[in-house]
Design a protein around this ligand. Structure first.
Ligand SMILES: CC(C)(COP(=O)(O)OP(=O)(O)OC[C@H]1O[C@@H](n2cnc3c(N)ncnc32)[C@H](O)[C@@H]1OP(=O)(O)O)[C@@H](O)C(=O)NCCC(=O)NCCS
Length: 157
């Protein structure tokens, strides 16, 4: 059974481990080794993961008492953005990603109209998952320039 709960500061190390394990597998062949090591250092440092828990919304998925996936959302310029959604390679395609996404939407403040995310161009597995779950072209986005490697997607709530 998959359960989803809010992450607490005690979960920092395990949540971080989900990123450190999943990123290199998911992004090998899509981006450079440098993009992966820079991204892990910037977005998966203990401090960054702790900020996501204390200042944003971070949820974890639990299967047989193991944390097997996480989702991280934050606010930027009035938009809610799902910055992270990662399921350990051995637990993908079991419904964990969907359970985390459903939990994330439930955790948003009542009245939130749109959920944004950024995804790597070429990450077809993820893009297919997002399309199937109602994400498409956003109506509007924060001003931040994502560069050539990432695109915005959005779901109307
Ligand atoms: C993308 C990701 C978050 C999706 O999570 P997931 O747990 O694999 O997703 P789900 O199991 O809920 O759904 C994935 C697929 O499995 C299918 N599925 C769900 N339960 C299933 C089951 N019991 N048996 C077979 N297939 C199943 C779903 O229909 C879905 O099909 P689709 O890929 O054709 O849309 C996950 O694969 C992942 O972490 N990937 C690597 C990292 C990544 O790219 N993250 C996104 C960054 S933006």
């Amino acid at each position: 059974m998959i359960s989803v709960r809010r992450a607490v500061v005690d979960d920092v190390a395990v949540v971080r481990e989900i990123g450190l394990t999943t990123w290199p597998v998911a992004y090998a062949g899509l981006v450079s080794a440098e993009f992966i090591s820079d991204g892990l250092a910037q977005w998966w440092s203990p401090a960054a993961v702790e900020r996501g828990i204390t200042q944003g919304i971070t949820l974890v998925a639990v299967v047989d008492e193991h944390l097997v996936g996480m989702v991280g959302l934050g606010q930027e310029a009035g938009f809610w953005v799902m910055w992270k959604l990662y399921v350990l390679p051995g637990y993908q395609r079991l419904g964990v990603g969907k359970a985390l996404l459903d939990g994330a939407i439930e955790a948003l403040p009542v009245g939130t109209e749109q959920l944004l995310l950024d995804v790597l161009v070429g990450n077809e597995q993820a893009i297919r998952f997002y399309r199937k779950n109602g994400f498409g072209e956003p109506r509007s986005t924060p001003d931040r320039d994502l560069g050539d490697e990432l695109i915005w997607m959005a779901r109307e709530l």
